[in-house]
Design a binder for this molecule. Sequence first.
Ligand code: ADP
Ligand code: ZN
Ligand code: ZN
Length: 699
Amino acid sequence: MPKYVELLFDVPLKQSFTYQVSEKGDESVGKRVIAPFGRRELTGFVIAERDVPPLGVEESRIKQIRRVVDKEPLFGPDEIELSRWLSAYYFCTQGEALAAMLPSGRRASSYTSFGADDLEEGYDGKGLSLSGEQETALRSIIGTVGGAEDTAGRSATEEAGAGGSRVDDMLSASRTALSPVLKSAPPYKTYYLYGITGSGKTEVFLRAAEHFVRRGKSLIYLVPEISLTHQAAEAIGKRFGTLAATLHSGMSGSERLSEWMRIKRGEVQIVVGPRSAVFSPVRDLALVIIDEEHDASFKSGNTPRYHARQVAMRRCARTGASLLMGSATPSAEAWKLMSDGLITRLDLTKRLSGGSVPEIKIVSLEHTDGCLSYELKEEIRKTALAKRQTILFLNRRGFAYFYHCKDCGFELLCKHCSVSLTWHKARGKAVCHYCGYQSNPPSACPSCGSLSAGFMGFGTEMIEEEVRRAFPDLRVTRLDTDSVQKKGSLEAALASFRAGAVDILLGTQMVAKGLNFPGVRLVGVVFADTGLHLPDFRAAERTFSLIVQVAGRAGRFFPDGKVLVQTLRPHDEVIRKACALDVEAFFKAELEQRKEQEFPPYSRLIRVLSRSRDAGRADNAIHRFRQIVEGLLPRGADMLGPAECPLSIVAGNHRRHILLRGTDMGALHSAVRRGLDLYEVGKDARVYLELDVDPVSLL
Ligand code: ADP
Ligand code: ZN
Ligand code: ZN
């Protein structure tokens, strides 16, 4: 029994802390404990045991642990190592890293595992015979045919692997700067299943999973955030029973914890879940699957701002597991790697379940009153007459989007943020989507008193009203974060849509992702322009993939699918290419532009953001950081800013940022590391510095 233990806390302090073990003395590495910290009590992670106090620390001054939370260790050396890497790569403390990796619940008495009984007839491809393309893809991934194993996977990594991997350089940490261990690790194989929507990617993933599970190996299967109803999760529950663990954001902390423990004990061979599932402590990892690789939810929006793809690469590099990604709309990064032949691309070009690629038409909204064009209404009517279903997509919640005065130009902004308030008619409030602030809508312009002022632009609530007015006989369901507040309501809504009890499903991203419903004939993109002109170099990429993904919900089982894309910019190149489903052409133009502007994938970025209640302090801090880091930048690197962030105030905090840009992430990273060390000395404690490595959003 040790006398002392070293603890890490989920706080922005770098060091570990020494404590005396409790009376019971059941502390051991990998457990969580409750310990006094300043005037509070905090949960700490035991990362080491020791028999003597650290040098120079008086025994009597070492505080004692109050109690131990876990019966069995939650984590071991592998997780501690991964947390060390995570903290180095993403500039957070190791305690913050561990906290992000581990489930945060109390000990649970029982667990709910994903059982087949919970499911209605859903996806079950067991009896399917694979198509030729699927078969070829699967063969490359599991490598059964003699040498074929290696022609696909290894050649790509070999090319990349000699000395230092170029794959790694593009997408992951520079080996030399961050993780000397990686140098000697075997290169891992990376595959990309590039297949149009509905081409049977899921089935290939599942067969690959089966292959490894049967051989006693484990896998991690990552899916985007809003897909608790993802067909893969269902199918995995059915096919793998208790060998599978499913994690999702609807689970409570203790449910998550008990799944984690099952994984830790080696009872589970396949874990399905959103980005945090990438930390699952599986044994004998053979494969990490990232479904819908382009999805932004794989990047965390809080410290540590990790990308699950990056963490997956790190784990693959350490363990020799393979990485398998897939999408109909790859990210620009992945597309470039495929084009350069650095990762193996496997193509699926056909729809397999009787459908075909839908007809996609652009409809100009220029001369339409309201938000439903004549054509869209006609198609909804036709679809209903044919006893089929419609999905309407709009990426904006609420009723109306912003408040504008025609006389003086006044706009109604949130009191705490520099964003417009959205009119939520059902609630009768103007609401901020960033901080939740609400106010009563003004009856006249608050600035000049004019009555020619009001909310404009439309959101899902308004579409719902307009659709109900135009089609009083049709059954309509709206799906967005406002309408599915209650646990289980999303599943219920989707189930009734699948059962044919709803004619029109309308909503935000929730209706865009992964849904596979036979009854859908028509998809309407109500307003394709929403994200197009955000001040973010990924705006076009996001708009493109969103349109292609939504369009992919139509015509999956019958060859009469139809998609109407409404826009105010019918000649916009991004929208046109999306409607032509022309991924090649889109990326050709997009990558040329990125290259010219030196944005990723032609460079790597680190974003440094200062935030403070006080604008002046935020300004000073970012300028000070800039001055420090300027002298440290490696050759070929530069700096954009400092500037106000596009969202310059959020929840009362003023935000300023700079973007550091370079082609060598390792060198850029060390410059920032040194800059931060210098910045620490004499920093303004009332400013918080946020670090974002490989940022996905620049707002
Ligand atoms: P993706 O993930 O590529 O969008 P899905 O995996 O959702 O595509 O597959 C679309 C549909 O095709 C599913 O209903 C699935 O059951 C069906 N499917 C997949 N593979 C086959 C096959 N080999 N033969 C017939 N149908 C298939
Ligand atoms: Zn006014
Ligand atoms: Zn706000």
